[in-house]
Design a protein around this ligand. Structure first.
Ligand code: FPP
Ligand code: MG
Length: 322
């Protein structure tokens, strides 16, 4: 599995996170066990776990077990949300492999998501800190609310942007926020320090999703592990589309965004137009601004390897190709 290379080598801790996740799967259900293992072995950068582990170290050596506990719970919540998301999106492929529901069916996917989430709750309880449990539970509430909140059209710009940022703020940034915030709680931060990490996590989470939405237009299928233009195909309106329309793109973009189940030809034409007009560059500038802001939040902390690693992690969000 790929891991992040940062100023601090987290590989052994991330391996412990993976082992802790696998240990939780030691259930009597062979099917749930197999499907969960399949999901967890499909790669992933363990970015949220890394964020929690690094945030916990920002003020010195934390309680390693507690840091590991929250990192593990967060990875399990993330995995649960992906299984359910793929079911809702009827996505057949993730990270280049068949999704859980396309391999085992919708009922199994539903149960695997619930199962992982329940295991995450058990893991959270081991954090033995009601503040952390509440933070993670609130995060899941926001993820669920956002998953079903629509971006209704590409215009008017202001309303569309508000809907878009509310959606990605919940579905993606909330968990980054929880990871950074609860990591800092484990690390013993005061209210101001916890708040700084909360905002850091939120901003890099927004940037992460914007880059994800850009890659849907710019990356090839092999790198991305899913076909380009997938969001438009699914009727998901993202920042490159919103900006393309605002920048005067041809009608094909709005048409693709507004058509229920657009044809592959229409999607391909819209993708080409979004690229031609450079709307992805404008969206990327937003992601860069968010990362720059996030990094500024760390100014209140003393210099350390953990701080350097968090800055690297923030910058990696912009450089990732999948
Ligand atoms: C991915 O969005 C969406 C999420 C990561 C959030 C999904 C959340 C739920 C389904 C709520 C259930 C939560 C739990 C904990 C059981 P996307 O479809 O834009 O991204 P993708 O391209 O990676 O699919
Ligand atoms: Mg999806």
């Amino acid at each position: 599995m790929s891991q992040l290379a940062t100023a601090i080598d987290l590989s052994s801790e991330l391996q412990r996170v993976d082992s802790a996740v696998l240990k939780r799967f030691e259930s009597r259900s062979i099917l749930l066990n197999a499907a969960s293992r399949y999901l967890l072995s499909s790669g992933g950068k363990r970015m949220r776990a890394s964020l929690a582990l690094l945030a916990a170290r920002l003020l010195g050596e934390p309680d390693a077990e507690r840091a590991l506990n929250i990192a593990t719970a967060i990875e399990m919540i993330h995995a649960a949300s992906l299984v359910h998301d793929d079911l809702i999106d009827t996505a057949d492929v993730r990270r280049g492999r068949p999704t859980v529901h396309s391999k085992w069916g919708g009922n199994v996917a539903l149960m695997v998501g619930d199962y992982l989430f329940a295991l995450a709750a058990e893991q959270m309880a081991e954090a033995s800190d009601p503040r952390i449990i509440k933070t993670l539970a609130r995060g899941v509430v926001r993820i669920c609310e956002a998953e079903l909140s629509p971006v209704t059209d590409v215009v008017p710009l202001q309303r569309t942007l508000e809907q878009y940022f509310a959606k990605i703020g919940g579905k993606t940034a909330a968990l980054f926020e929880c990871a950074a915030e609860s990591g800092m709680m484990v690390g013993g931060g005061n209210d101001r320090e916890v708040e700084a990490l909360r905002q850091f996590g939120y901003e890099i989470g927004l940037a992460f999703q914007i880059v994800d939405d850009i890659l849907d237009f710019t990356a090839d299928e092999q790198t991305l592990g899913k076909p380009a233009g997938h969001d438009l195909q699914e009727g998901t309106i993202t920042l490159p589309v919103i900006y393309a329309v605002e920048m005067g793109a041809s009608e094909v973009v709005r048409e693709a965004a507004q058509t229920f189940e657009p044809s592959p030809e229409l999607v391909a034409a819209a993708v080409a137009e979004v690229r031609r007009i450079c709307a992805t560059k404008r969206a990327f500038a937003d992601a860069e601004r968010l990362v720059a802001n996030a990094v500024k939040r760390l100014a209140i902390f003393p210099d350390s390897a953990a701080k350097d690693a968090l800055i690297e992690l923030a910058e990696l969000v912009l450089r990732r190709k999948m």
